[in-house]
Design a protein around this ligand. Structure first.
Ligand code: ZN
Length: 130
């Protein structure tokens, strides 16, 4: 269940049903799932902490790694590594945001909030409205 949701997040799919898109275009964050109706981010900033984990920490770790080790002894190699990793990090940003949304979704599933209903309806179950 956790892995399924995370895998869906990496693939930029709704963590609940795996069908709806998380983003329109490259990185425009959608409000809710078009397939199951899951609201991805109930309050603006809800996924912020998870985004920090997925987004900022790897960047910080790389900067520290290069600054304290790599870059000092191998300047050119350090710069090349830094540039390549920067490109990879930017390129995979929507995937990591997807994981952040998936983690946020899991936290809502495991610690349910009555004011924040997670849709129970899955794509194969009968829909109340046609
Ligand atoms: Zn969905």
């Amino acid at each position: 269940m956790i892995l399924t949701a995370l895998r869906r997040g990496i693939r930029k799919r709704c963590p609940h049903c795996g069908e709806g898109a998380l983003f329109s275009g490259w990185a425009h964050h959608l409000e809710r799932c078009a397939v199951c109706g899951l609201v991805y981010e109930r309050n603006p900033g809800d996924t912020w902490a998870f985004t920090i984990i997925g987004d900022r920490l790897p960047i910080a770790a790389i900067i520290v790694m290069i600054y304290f080790g790599y870059g000092r002894t191998h300047h050119v190699l350090g710069l090349i590594t830094f540039a390549v990793l920067a490109v990879v990090l930017v390129w995979t940003a929507p995937n990591r945001w997807g994981v952040g949304i998936a983690l946020h979704y899991l936290s809502r599933v495991y610690w349910p909030d009555p004011a924040d209903p997670v849709p129970t309806q899955l794509k194969n179950s009968p829909s109340p409205d046609p």
